[in-house]
Write a protein that binds this ligand. Structure first.
Ligand SMILES: C[S@@+](CC[C@H](N)C(=O)[O-])C[C@H]1O[C@@H](n2cnc3c(N)ncnc32)[C@H](O)[C@@H]1O
Length: 220
């Protein structure tokens, strides 16, 4: 079944956890539709040489080669709870995995399998809508981040999501301000946000206006 033949509920479910052949197609579709928000989030990390980045919910990992070029000698760890996305991300990055600069794991944000203070930076793009326990999950991000480390949570803000029918099914929508409040409550410091316009995109048979909100916080 192609993506066009899916009901809004099925599309929403595949966005939350892409599975099987339809999930692979959804991964490719997301690369196109989410390119601007992804590339902007990676740029805003301002990665420095030798840093170790954790990404939660990286999808099919097609942007990892781009990330590795943003500074020298970077290490990248991606976790995603979709078996299908983990297999695709491994497939797209075999050389970098063999070289030891990339690891991809099938894990959930609920229980990140690394000790405290493991990462210089963390990013997660278009996943906040699906976090099962947002406050606990934010605290889990804080736990594995190093002191002075930076987190970027990139979302499509609630005002934009409300215009898309699929977001009625299983999405928890946030304004950028609500995202800021969540991270502050979890213990992140100096939490700020910025919302930027993206080129319009045809999604779910309709042309939609897109924006990305970038919520940035630090560990003390
Ligand atoms: C809408 S896709 C976004 C993919 C990519 N970041 C992008 O912006 O194109 C959401 C991704 O997050 C993953 N995901 C959702 N909930 C998760 C969780 N609790 N833990 C880890 N990954 C999760 C999904 O499997 C999926 O690959």
């Amino acid at each position: 079944m192609t993506l066009e033949e899916q009901t809004p509920q099925e599309i929403a479910s595949q966005l939350r956890k892409p599975e099987g052949a339809t999930g692979v197609a959804m991964g490719d579709h997301m690369n196109e539709g989410n390119q601007a928000i992804n590339l902007t989030a990676y740029k805003k990390l301002e990665l420095k040489d030798n840093q170790h980045l954790l990404e939660i919910g990286m999808g099919n990992g097609k942007f990892i080669p781009h990330i590795l070029n943003l500074a020298k000698n970077l290490r990248y760890t991606g976790i995603d709870f979709s078996k299908t996305m983990v297999a695709s991300a491994i497939n797209h990055n075999t050389k970098a995995i063999e070289n030891g600069c990339v690891s991809i794991l099938e894990e959930s944000i609920e229980n990140i399998p690394f000790p405290e203070a493991s990462f210089d930076q963390i990013c997660t793009i278009n996943t906040l809508y699906f976090w099962p326990n947002p406050l606990d999950n934010s605290k889990e991000l804080l736990r594995v981040l190093k002191s002075k480390g930076k987190l970027i949570v990139a979302i499509r803000p609630k005002e934009i999501m409300d215009a898309m029918e699929i977001t009625k099914y299983g999405f928890t929508k946030y304004t950028a301000k609500e995202g800021q409040e969540l991270l502050s409550k979890a213990g992140f410091k100096n939490v700020t946000f910025e919302t930027l316009d993206e080129p319009d995109y045809k999604f779910d048979k309709e042309s939609v206006k897109l924006q990305g909100s970038f919520i940035i916080g630090y560990k003390e």
